[in-house]
Ligand binder design. Sequence first.
Ligand SMILES: Nc1nc2c(ncn2[C@@H]2O[C@H](COP(=O)(O)OP(=O)(O)OP(=O)(O)O)[C@@H](O)[C@H]2O)c(=O)[nH]1
Ligand SMILES: [Mg+2]
Length: 293
Amino acid sequence: MSHKAGFVNIIGNPNVGKSTLMNAFVGEKLSIITSKAQTTRHRILGIVNGEDFQMVLSDTPGIIKPAYELQSSMMGFVKSAFEDADVLIYMVEIGEKALKDERFFEKIKNSTIPVLLLLNKIDISEQGMLEEQVQYWQEQLPNAEIHPISALQNFNVTEVFHRILELLPEAPAYYPKDQLTDKPERFFVNETIREKILQFYKKEIPYAVEIDTEEFFEDEKIIRMRSVIMVERETQKGIIIGHKGAALKRVGVEARKDLEKFFEKQVHLELYVKVNKNWRNDPNQLKRFGYNN
Ligand SMILES: Nc1nc2c(ncn2[C@@H]2O[C@H](COP(=O)(O)OP(=O)(O)OP(=O)(O)O)[C@@H](O)[C@H]2O)c(=O)[nH]1
Ligand SMILES: [Mg+2]
């Protein structure tokens, strides 16, 4: 029996729905999703296994012009996704024009591997708009195959999945067939907490936060976790904790609910907040938090 396998890397501007699509393909909430830009900070693998195929998807951070070291590292993940792709998925949302970074756009244009341009969020578009957009992207990227989809409403997602399968090269599996992702359990704890912070806090707060899960201890009935929420300034620490600790408590309660679903087990989650000045620009710390590429 022949076997297909390959890397299918999803890139695009922030907030277009890359993580939503990867989760839809994998059928698990591997990547966090929020309405804010720069939700994803890492390259996260989602592996879909079949008897005669293995599709290794990569969710990546949205493309931006980096203003600090963390963002440079995030763009390093995007770069790496260009290097090993067998199929490139360039996701745009309806109404959007071109990438925020021209060099990346040129790379897509000159790509020698198959490019699928997914025009996402068509559930919120009008028919005339859709036709105009398809035409626009066809002119911009003559080498790409264009598929309108709605990752959120699961419209055209299965069809695109099958199209990708057709494009995958013949190859043996890269990972064990029961493996779902490349990230350890603690990563998903960090991300779940960060998702709550993106949802509950305003302005620059979520961008100044990093999570480090220091303890993850699983016994028969319960998983005990302790995580530190790092911020850059004292004032941010106060905001995260909130009046009488109410804001932090809300983060803990909501994160725990999601983690219990994710791990299918009872969870005890302890959170505390620490000021860690300038972590976003400190190469050693960034490396420790997994931002090396
Ligand atoms: N209406 C609509 N909204 C969508 C669709 N796909 C994603 N969204 C929403 O768009 C927002 C961003 O989705 P994400 O999947 O986090 O986007 P992303 O490209 O991974 O964003 P970054 O990680 O920040 O680059 C969320 O509020 C999603 O619910 C879609 O097909 N239709
Ligand atoms: Mg994302």
